[in-house]
Design a protein around this ligand. Structure first.
Ligand code: SF4
Ligand code: SF4
Length: 469
């Protein structure tokens, strides 16, 4: 019998190594896609230990997520329970896979107090995971808050429920395997782990299985089949996760670690002499960190609902910009990667041919100009994404590289009139007429300086604002 167990253990490790290999293969591919991006203009590698510690702390404590917890929106708590629960299950898988638990080869983790305590923890944690997943189902498919509403592709429509079912299935399989194992052990006269009523779910199920009248052998065979099924699901999830649209479990910690540590909203410095650093025509013009942002998005939709441009009916959604960037990268990235490799193989030097356009495919010009630069999107983002800075980079591109109609008009007006408003009937100081306001430079020094910009001084609708202030 022992040789069958050893054979099973070996088969399991071959499957595990294959799944891990496929996981790593895809992970390397995703990282190579990030490498298509240009170098960062700021140092993202300073204080590496500090960055990493902060990122891990934020991830484990769910700090960036839980700060959004309110009575009307308990979703962050559900997400935290799910993550902590899955983390404990993951530790369980590592411990039990490492020792080959299930094959009876390592008594150090099987059929003893360690197993009972650990399974008891998994039982209780599993209940929290199931409760969190039921909440996710309610939230996503019944309550449907505005931030989670979006046009989804067919694959996105499939992945969400698939993910939920997989997580719930893993917990349920744990309970069933445990119950069947204890029931079989009890019936065959071996030490039954459920004697004391712990682990609670396993013990209750063992009781039910024992009462079902099934033989010890049948219970053991059922338990072993489910054990294999459990690991097929788990290894399948390992292979599938980096191939799915949900990449944030893999990339949120690196994204938090590489976050911008300076003043929020500070503009990226550019070299005006080097148009290449300003260009954002295609995906390779973005920095690797801007591409990483797209992998780290949790789809929470907080930036979408907090964006004033979006709320006022403009075509801008910071969430769609980030998710669209990922879609675009996954779509055009592989051929760009092959093109780059072919170019290198030929020994060709110089600029690469332009890839598919980013503007128009991911975000429209009107959306780019709709941003009020309020920074709300970056403030609320649990993944520390930098949506506004990316939008401003796109604006710079439009203004300084492609010079759109709006840009051309503005620059022309600034040059010829000293302000951007064509067709205005007002002079700079018309708004102050009759208010008894001194003009600096004409009426001597003043205690308070009220600087009225072009828009308030020259644009019809804004004159009253300047006067009211
Ligand atoms: S900075 Fe721009 S994109 Fe972000 S929330 Fe404000 S208006 Fe929306
Ligand atoms: S970019 Fe950030 S705030 Fe917006 S949906 Fe993604 S994770 Fe949420």
């Amino acid at each position: 019998m022992i040789h069958l167990h050893v054979l099973g253990y070996l088969v399991f490790w071959v499957l595990f190594a294959a799944a891990l290999g496929l996981f790593a293969w895809r992970l390397v591919f995703l990282i190579r896609l990030l490498c298509l991006g240009r170098a960062e203009t700021e140092n993202r590698f300073d204080k590496p230990a500090c960055r990493l510690a902060e990122a891990i702390f934020a991830f484990v404590t769910q700090k960036t997520n839980l700060r959004h917890l309110t009575l009307s929106d308990p979703a962050p708590l559900g997400h935290a329970f799910m993550l902590w629960g899955l983390g404990i299950y993951l530790i369980g898988y590592v411990v039990f896979i490492g020792f080959g638990a299930g094959f009876g080869l390592f008594p150090v983790v099987e059929g003893n107090d360690f197993e009972r305590v650990f399974f008891s923890v998994l039982d209780v944690v599993g209940l929290f995971i199931l409760a969190a997943m039921i909440f996710v189902v309610l939230k996503r498919y019944v309550l449907k808050p505005q931030r989670l509403q979006r046009e989804e592709t067919t694959s996105e429509k499939i992945i969400q429920p698939l993910l939920i079912v997989t997580i719930m299935l893993l917990v349920v399989l744990h309970y069933l395997i445990e119950g069947l194992g204890y029931a079989a052990a009890g019936l065959s006269g071996e030490a039954a782990g459920s004697v004391s009523g712990w682990p609670p779910v396993g013990a209750a199920l063992a009781e039910a299985f024992r009462d079902s009248g099934a033989s010890s052998g049948a219970l053991e065979r059922a338990g072993r089949s489910l054990w294999w099924f459990n690991y097929v699901v788990l290894l399948g999830a390992l292979v599938y996760t980096p191939r799915s649209k949900h990449l944030h479990p893999l990339f949120i910690v690196p994204n938090l670690a590489f976050r911008h540590r300076g003043r929020k909203g500070a503009l990226r410095p550019v070299n005006l002499q080097d148009a290449q650093t300003i260009r954002r025509a295609e995906i390779r013009d973005f920095t690797w960190k801007q591409l990483l942002d797209s992998y780290a998005c949790t789809w929470c939709g907080r930036c979408h609902v907090r964006c004033p441009a979006q709320s006022s009916g403009k075509p801008l959604s910071p969430r769609e910009l980030i998710l669209g960037t990922k879609e675009h990268l996954l779509k055009v990235g592989p051929s760009l990667m092959h093109g780059k490799a072919a170019q290198r193989a030929k020994g060709a030097e110089g600029a690469h041919p332009l890839g598919p356009a980013f503007l128009g495919a991911v975000i429209g010009e009107e959306a780019v100009w709709s941003c009020t630069t309020c920074l709300a999107c970056q403030e609320v983002c649990p993944a520390a994404n930098e949506q506004m800075r990316t939008i401003l980079d796109l604006r710079r591109h439009l203004q300084m590289i492609t010079t759109t109609e709006v840009g051309r008009e503005t620059v022309k007006n600034l040059r010829t009139r000293g302000h951007p408003w064509r067709g205005t009937m007002y002079a700079r100081t018309d708004w102050a007429e009759g208010l008894g306001i001194k003009i600096l430079g004409e009426d001597g020094p003043a205690e308070v300086l009220y600087w009225v910009g072009c828009t308030q001084a020259l644009e019809d609708r804004n004159l009253k604002v300047a006067q009211a202030l």
